[in-house]
Design a protein around this ligand. Sequence first.
Ligand code: NAD
Ligand code: ZN
Length: 342
Amino acid sequence: MQALVKKEARPGLWLERVPVPRIGINDVLIKVLRTGICGTDVHIYEWDAWAQKTIPVPMVVGHEFVGQIVEAGSNVTDFHIGDIVSGEGHVVCGRCRNCLAGRRHLCKDTKGVGVNRPGAFAEYLALPMTNVWVHDPHIPRDVQSIFDPFGNAVHTALQFDVLGEDILITGAGPIGVMAAAVVRHAGARHVVVTDVNPYRLELARKLGATLALDVREGSIPAAQERLGMKEGFDVGLEMSGNPAAFRDLLANMCHGGKIAMLGIPTQDIAIDWHTVVFNMLTIKGIYGREMYETWYKMTVMLQSGLDISPVITHRYAFEDFEKGFDAMRSGKSGKVVLTWNE
Ligand code: NAD
Ligand code: ZN
């Protein structure tokens, strides 16, 4: 089969012929239909410091996908040939304290599809049945292909009560703008999204931000004033990984405000701890998705009218993957989807 492989320890990805993966008795074999390109894949492509210490070479990369089950191991009874599925990209150990307690998103030994084990940028993918999510057939194929990052958005956005609350989202990347759509759907009042990229701020508006703010041109306190807000944001979602954005967020929360932090900073961030202490802020780190409560909520929100499809801005055949990665790097994209099979 053809697959995108991190073949050598240097920048680039290579379209290669590799063997179709073999499945164990607890696995399914999935014919990959479409995949989403994640920021992580760009890091692996560019071979940055994180990728160099994390990715064993060679490795088939990619973890956002939708596909069709074509083979099932002998222990698999709940999934069937022909099912249209996505997969949870975190494969957990199943034996640690948190796994045994059903808190699998807190596993101490998580392995990543397309990071620590062969990934989804391929014609076929083998996955443990514990990681399979069967889709509602009414959900559009492209949207099915990005359940993984949509799950990051939902997991973060629903971490705290948002009904009737004012929300500040720093970072209008694909995940930030999907989070804006989710909190609007869940009944938030003002949803302010910040970025320094006009293309992405426009995307935030399309997905339902009440105010999309370029922080190079306007301040968040001024935005609060414009909206008639007096006491700061109730909930903050950090989705940029940028130090200045995180400081902005802390400085604009109400007393007792709650912050869910998904963005991954590339360096240590010094913050004003007095604000955290005296304003009694809660800061919670968010990783991945809850298995499988987040997946359930994603499906139900789409069934009840949430539309995240405008986040997908580019589509290519897998042979044109370089164009997809170029679009990702350009800053003028939301999600980029590659088609592997119709
Ligand atoms: P992205 O890099 O596409 O988006 C980040 C956005 O932040 C960009 O549009 C950038 O212009 C913007 N930004 C830069 N400086 C800013 C500033 N000062 N103020 C406001 N915005 C600013 O990322 P994404 O794919 O949308 O993911 C969002 C973040 O979440 C990234 O940091 C990513 O690494 C992280 N992430 C975490 C997990 C997890 O499980 N914790 C999973 C996926 C992604
Ligand atoms: Zn575990």
